[in-house]
Every structure is written in structure tokens, then in C-alpha cells.
Design a protein around this ligand. Structure first.
Ligand code: CAA
Length: 381
């Protein structure tokens, strides 16, 4: 059961999503168009500064509220959900957590005003093996010269800066990589072509390329060699928001299926009179509620300063797998019309939700993280 303040917040985000996101969700998907028109309302209502303290112009909320925001936005428009989640957890999060005062003052107010920040960790040969970064930064007279590429970058085409990792030593097996803030305005920074994706088609995804890019040392985020740990800590938090995004998409598809089943008549009665349909609805609702509780628990642990690596992996794993099942079952309940593009959002949500099993660590990686955390507790006992 949510506390009153969280219920109020949920209703507020829900109303926002219905007002601004719902009318555009189909169009953005069909046209593969980034929702530029959403950026101002998202900024004004604080959805692009959910982790940024007020001192830097943000409207920081607790992690349950952040999860609620991502869930409710994704329930209507997954593309907007991932834009918001990536900007907050992955873009601004590392600056809030690891930046010095000068960096916070320079970048966070811009981010809070709606200028997006991207996250560059993955590379063509460094996906699950995130420490295998090939992008290299070499020190040169107080500057770094950076060469390399980052792939699958959410909002790459729009972001004014990216928080990204690079190797700062010559040993390719050494995971002591370093994090930097790269500005799009830096000479040598370029953005690849927008990728064509199965889902989340309103969210732009592209490569980032760094070609002899000169980066001042003041743009190094934290100590040399701390990048891998910083990124894993960042992903621990980000995974809660991907769980919330998955849950929002599942809930959106479920809401449609529930209503449809009560109205669609076959053999002279609503299809929801059939136990086969009732059992599907009951399973979907129960699994979503369990996912929601795991997400809230991970969120509470994070805010309480309790170690939450295992919990965030569990909530991301469980919510994303529940959500792909839920969206698929919702489509089965709608039958042929559910497979069509347009009349109902279920096929869009079914396409959108698959990413939640892949981005910010695949289901296989989440299982690996969970198993490692479990075994840590008994090894050496
Ligand atoms: N927090 C802090 N430190 C951690 C940590 C955590 N959660 N997990 C591990 N570490 C530490 C370890 O203690 C270890 O420290 P020491 O060297 O001091 O002992 C160090 O980090 C290295 O850990 P491992 O040896 O365990 O590293 P590994 O390479 O064997 O495995 C992994 C780590 C779990 C597989 C990790 O690489 C991982 O999570 N990979 C998936 C990456 C991922 O999610 N990529 C998607 C990025 S999202 C994206 O790019 C898309 C987008 O824009 C939305």
C-alpha cells in the first residue's frame, strides 16, 4: 500500500501523462519521431530533474516517487518513459553522485532545464562486459585526447553532453576505466545515424563517436580508474527505473485487455465470462503487483542506504520478464485487433517492452548479479 504522498504523486503523474503523452504516443511510434514537444512540460513538472537537488535547480524526489513517475509515463508512452529514465538515472545520476561542486554547478542546472544528458558505457565489443571498454583517453598537457565509439545510446541525437567511460591505461584487461563528461560541442564529438528499432521508436538511439576529441581534465568525473565501479553503482539505480518502465508498459497493456475482455462479446457473452480469460487476468494482475512490490522495496533500500545491488537486479529481472509475458497475454486477449497497429496500444507496448529485458543489463546479467550476491553471503562461511 502506497503512502498518501505517493498516491497523490501517482495521480499527478497519471494526469500529466494523459494530458501530454497520450495524444501523441501513436504518432511518435509510427513516425519514429522524438517527442520534442514533451520536453518543456516534462521540464516544468520536474520529470527531467527527479534526481537533481533543488540547490542545482532540480525537483529531487525519493526513489519510490521516481519509480512511480517512470511507471506512469511508460504506461502511456514507453518512448517518453525511457527518455526520462535514461536522462535521470544514467545521465544526471552520475554527476549528482560523483561530480565535484564545479561540475554540478556547470551541468546540473542545464540538465534540470531540459537539456538532455546521455550515458555512454556500451561499445560494440563491450556490452555485458562493460569493463572491456576500448575507447581510450590519453593525457596530453592537462587535457585528454579521446578516441572511440559508444553504441545504443539513448537520446544521443539530442543530448548536449554525455557521461561516458574511457580506458586511461594501455592494458585492455584492466577494468580501471575512467568516467568523463563529454560535451557535444567538443571538437571531435559526433553522433551516428539514428537506429531503426523494433520498439521505443519515439526515443532516438544512436552511436557516439569521439575522434581525437580534446577534453579538459576538469571534465573527468571522479578519480582515474574508478569508472567501472561508478558505472555499476549507476546501473544499480538505473535498473529500478527499467523495472518501473517495464511495469508501466505491462499495466498499460493490461488495462486495455481488462476493459476489452469485459466488453467484447463472443458466443453471446463477454469473453471475460470465460474462466480461461479470467485466469489470464488474475495471473497478470498478481505478477504485476509482485513486481511493483519488488521495485518499491529496492527503491526504499536505496534511499535508506542499504546495499541494494541484488534487489535492483531482482526487480529489473522480474518486472521485465513479467511485463513481456503480460503484454503478450494482453495481445492474446484482444486477438486479431490486438495485433493491429493503431486501434489499441497493445502491439506497441509488446514491441516496446522487450527492451526492458535487454537494456541496462540483460536478464542473463541480472541472474549473474543475483547469484553472485547470494553466493557472497555463504562463501567462506
Ligand atoms: N557496485 C559497486 N561495485 C561493484 C558492483 C556494484 N554493483 N558490482 C561489482 N563491483 C565491483 C567489484 O567489487 C569489483 O571491485 P574490485 O575490483 O575492487 O574487487 C569490480 O567492481 C569489478 O567487478 P567484477 O569483477 O565482478 O566485474 P565483472 O566484469 O566480472 O562483472 C558485471 C560485472 C556484473 C557483469 C557487469 O559488467 C555488468 O553489470 N554488466 C552489464 C552492463 C550493463 O548493464 N550494460 C548496459 C548499459 S545501459 C546502456 O548502455 C543503454 C542505455 O543508454 C540505456
Amino acid at each position: 500500500m502506497l503512502e498518501k504522498k505517493h498516491q497523490v504523486y501517482r495521480d499527478q503523474v497519471r494526469a500529466f501523462a494523459q494530458k501530454y503523452l497520450e495524444p501523441k504516443a501513436v504518432e511518435l511510434d509510427l513516425e519514429q519521431r522524438f517527442p520534442d514537444e514533451h520536453i518543456k512540460p516534462l521540464t516544468d513538472d520536474g520529470y527531467l530533474s527527479l534526481l537533481i537537488p533543488e540547490k542545482y535547480g532540480g525537483k529531487k524526489v525519493d526513489t519510490i516517487s521516481y519509480s512511480i513517475a517512470v511507471e506512469e509515463l511508460s504506461r502511456v508512452c514507453g518512448s517518453t518513459g525511457i527518455i526520462v529514465a535514461a536522462h535521470n538515472s544514467l545521465g544526471t545520476g552520475p554527476i549528482v553522485n560523483f561530480g565535484n561542486e564545479q561540475q554540478k554547478k556547470k551541468y546540473l542546472p542545464r540538465a534540470a532545464k531540459g537539456e538532455l544528458v546521455a550515458f555512454g558505457l556500451s561499445e560494440p565489443e563491450a556490452g555485458s562486459d562493460a569493463g572491456g571498454t576500448k575507447t581510450i583517453a590519453k593525457k596530453n598537457n592537462g587535457h585528454w585526447i579521446v578516441n572511440g565509439s559508444k553504441c545504443w545510446i539513448t537520446s544521443a541525437t539530442k543530448a548536449f553532453a554525455s557521461v561516458a567511460t574511457a580506458r586511461t591505461n594501455d592494458d585492455p584487461t584492466d577494468k580501471r576505466i575512467t568516467t568523463f563528461i563529454f560535451e557535444r560541442a567538443f571538437t571531435g564529438y559526433s553522433v551516428g545515424k539514428k537506429e531503426n528499432k523494433l520498439g521505443l521508436r519515439g526515443s532516438d538511439t544512436a552511436f557516439l563517436h569521439f575522434d581525437d576529441m580534446r577534453v579538459p581534465d576538469e571534465n573527468r568525473l571522479g578519480d582515474i580508474g574508478m569508472g567501472f565501479k561508478q558505472m555499476l553503482i549507476t546501473l544499480d539505480g538505473g535498473r529500478i527505473s527499467i523495472g518501473a518502465m517495464a511495469l508501466g508498459l505491462a499495466q498499460g497493456a493490461f488495462d486495455v485487455a481488462l476493459k476489452y475482455s469485459a466488453n467484447r462479446k463472443q458466443f453471446g457473452k463477454p469473453i471475460s465470462d470465460n474462466q480461461a480469460i479470467q485466469h489470464k487476468l488474475a495471473t497478470m494482475a498478481t505478477e504485476m503487483e509482485a513486481a511493483r512490490l519488488l521495485i518499491y522495496e529496492a527503491a526504499q533500500m536505496k534511499d535508506a542506504g542499504i546495499e541494494f545491488t541484488e534487489r535492483s537486479a531482482m526487480c529489473k529481472l522480474f518486472a521485465s520478464e513479467v511485463a513481456t509475458r503480460t503484454c503478450s497475454t494482453a495481445m492474446s486477449i484482444l486477438g486479431a485487433i490486438g495485433y493491429y497497429t493503431g486501434p489499441y496500444p497493445v502491439e506497441r507496448m509488446w514491441r516496446d517492452v522487450k527492451l526492458c529485458e535487454i537494456g541496462e543489463g540483460t536478464s542473463e546479467i541480472q541472474r549473474l548479479v543475483i547469484a553472485r550476491e547470494l553466493l557472497k553471503k555463504v562463501k567462506g562461511c
